[in-house]
Design a protein around this ligand. Structure first.
Ligand SMILES: Cc1ncc(COP(=O)(O)O)c(C=O)c1O
Length: 382
């Protein structure tokens, strides 16, 4: 920032092109190349975070009542996007290998029999927010095949792909598809800083044209100052090392959280074991409401995201929670999980005392979601 102030303040404080500077696009290509993708510069638009890319894509493609498909649970920040454009959103369950693509196929078949087709399928295939699970290669291939066969766009939202702590990297959907049906969304938020608000979308020209028009209406261009800042950062050539250091730190924090969960959560709870990303998803007995539990946890000065936020109808997921392991030290994580575990165990014991029941989770409860349930946002309500 000091360098920018001294050397390029006048340019950095001006408007820039709506689609972003060529230099920013070159940096975006470098980041995508690290995961095996090489998009054309003209297919890239720099956005104000990945969040704006999602909003612009929905603004471009969705008319009220259109079908959108996403995972169950889905990224909580996508829920208000789909609702505000009045999509009819269907959520497809996941298991430890990500979205159940077989159930997605059934859903597409059912919709086709009604003469309908999703406008797009939205997925966070790697280290999903909030579930922490990753779509297997086999399912990735199947999903891309399905998109080609039925001519349906797929939105691949990939903020966490470079934050892998164990196992083999999986090919992004964009790479498998070659950019025909997959629109890609990326961000610097998780590998540099969320505060600079730099994200991007990669889309084929006809869609890109409309996205750029939508962005002009929204904010004219992504902050020039932020783009200059990012370019200085990439210019230093240490970005891969920095991600390497994040991986080390986050891996040990994830391990601390998983150990603490084993130690402090009651046996009635289950949780995912992410190979990367920032989140663990815990599923609790169905009589626990995590919104109520949050109020109790907050009194102990510890927080989590209640699972209902990851469901478009807000009626499901109330016995689940998203736990973040990136933002606190390993010691804080151990203490936080201990405190949540204590309020949770108290609730479980209370329930079992009142009902004289002793239940351990059934296999069905281990999955992060339930049936495919459509939800249509009421008109005029965000
Ligand atoms: C899956 C997913 N998409 C998009 C975003 C938005 O990120 P940003 O707007 O900071 O790039 C996030 C942030 O947590 C996310 O997890």
């Amino acid at each position: 920032m000091t360098r920018i102030a001294q050397e390029s303040a006048a340019e950095a404080l001006q408007y820039g092109p709506t689609e972003g500077f060529d230099e920013t696009k070159a940096a975006v290509r470098m980041v995508m190349e690290a995961e095996g993708m090489s998009p054309e510069p003209e297919d890239i638009i720099v956005t104000t975070g990945g969040q704006q890319a999602l909003d612009l894509i929905a603004k471009t493609l969705v008319d009220p009542g259109d079908v959108v498909v996403c995972e169950a649970p889905t990224y909580p920040g996508a829920v208000p996007v789909f609702c505000s454009y009045e999509a009819e959103t269907h959520q497809v369950p996941m298991d430890d290998d990500g979205m159940r693509v077989d159930q997605l196929e059934e859903l597409c078949e059912r919709l086709a029999s009604e003469g309908r087709k999703p406008k797009f399928i939205y997925s966070v295939p790697s280290f999903q927010n909030p579930a922490g699970v990753t779509l297997s290669l086999e399912r990735r291939r199947r999903l891309v095949e399905l998109a080609h066969m039925r001519e349906i766009l797929v939105i691949e939202d990939n903020p966490y792909g470079l934050l892998r702590y164990e196992g083999e990297a999986q090919a992004p959907l964009y790479q498998l598809d070659g950019g025909d049906y997959v629109i890609y969304v990326g961000t610097l938020s998780k590998i540099l800083s969320p505060g600079i608000r730099i994200g991007w979308a990669v889309a084929p020209p006809p869609v890109m044209e409309k996205i750029a028009l939508g962005k002009q209406a929204t904010d004219l261009c992504t902050s020039t100052l932020s783009q200059y800042f990012a370019l200085e950062y990439f210019g230093e050539g240490r970005w891969r090392d920095y991600i390497g250091s994040l991986r080390e730190i986050y891996r040990s924090r994830r391990d601390a959280m998983l150990e603490a969960l084993d130690r402090h959560f009651p046996p009635q709870a289950t949780w995912t074991r992410p190979h990367g990303g920032l989140f663990v998803w815990a599923t609790l007995p169905d009589y626990i409401d995590t919104s109520d539990l949050l109020a109790k946890a907050l009194r102990e000065n510890v927080a989590f995201v209640p699972g209902a936020a990851a469901y478009v109808d807000g009626r499901r997921g109330s016995n689940s929670m998203r736990l973040n392991f990136s933002a606190s030290t390993a010691d804080e994580i151990r203490e936080g999980v201990r405190r949540i575990g204590a309020v949770l165990s108290e609730q479980v014991q209370l329930y079992e005392t009142i009902t004289s029941e002793h239940r351990l989770p059934q296999p069905a409860q281990r999955e992060p979601s339930g049936d495919v349930v459509p939800f249509r946002a009421p008109r005029g309500e965000a």
